[in-house]
Design a protein around this ligand. Structure first.
Ligand SMILES: [Fe+2]
Length: 241
């Protein structure tokens, strides 16, 4: 289910070690590691891989090197669920679509991204839809590209999905909700009269930690019930004014 370029699974740590406690987070940040240390958790389950391209040097002076060094020093393992979580039928996109009130959603695959297209409960002006999404996802800001249109069939892609504009349009969507929308996508959305709502990369994915923690809790075997599972909720990561 994961994209070919992805790096998922146990990316740091000993596969034979026993989990004492788990922290679930979108990103492996200093604060997420702090939480693991304070709560005696030796496993972090993260969405974004802390190691992506082949590592040639581990220098604590770089962001990646710093995080890897800290994890190794504290003996904390990292297990990544990334594009496999995005595309799973009960994954992040399906959860996001549900939170945003979409019904009758179906998975749509574009090269190596699987997103969802579904229906709003009633035809809604896309600007009003953006306002509602801002509230639902508790965002400090949101962007709406292209003309405001009445829409009912919308595409949802958590994280980075601006490049799906053409694909979503071809597959019958009337608007696209995603994050990381680049300038040229905004221009295309204007030309095509196809609204694109940029709710942010983290804005559309911050729901991951609580969702995954809940799923794990529900599925722990009897002997594993003692494992404490903590949710690390990342902040928006920027100041908007
Ligand atoms: Fe992401």
């Amino acid at each position: 289910m994961a994209a070919e370029w992805d790096n998922i699974g146990l990316v740091i740590g000993n596969p034979d070690a026993k989990a004492k406690g788990i922290v679930v987070t979108l990103d492996v940040t200093d604060e997420a590691i702090d939480m693991a240390e304070k709560t005696g958790s030796n496993l972090i389950i993260a969405h974004h891989p802390p190691i992506f391209s082949p590592v040639r040097k581990i220098n604590p002076g770089t962001a990646g090197g710093h995080i890897i060094s800290r994890l190794l020093k504290s003996d904390i393992a990292v297990f990544v669920i990334h594009t496999n979580l995005d595309s799973s039928p009960q994954g992040l996109n399906s959860h996001l679509a549900k939170i945003l009130g979409l019904v009758k959603t179906r998975a749509v695959k574009s090269e190596d991204i699987t997103y969802r297209i579904g229906l709003l409960s009633k035809k809604t002006d896309s600007l009003a839809l953006a306002k509602a999404i801002k509230k639902t996802l508790r965002l400090t800001d949101i962007r709406h590209y292209g003309p405001s249109r009445k829409v009912s069939k919308v595409a949802v892609c958590s994280g980075s999905g601006g490049e799906l504009l053409g694909h979503a349009l071809e597959n019958g969507a009337e608007a696209l909700i995603t994050g990381d929308v680049r300038h040229h996508v905004g221009v295309e959305s204007e030309i095509l009269g196809f609204p694109v709502i940029d709710a942010g990369h983290a804005g559309t994915e911050r729901i991951m930690a609580a969702y995954v923690a809940e799923k794990i809790k529900k599925n722990l075997t009897k002997s594993a019930k003692r494992i404490k599972i903590k949710v690390f909720q990342i902040k928006e990561g920027y100041i908007s004014f």
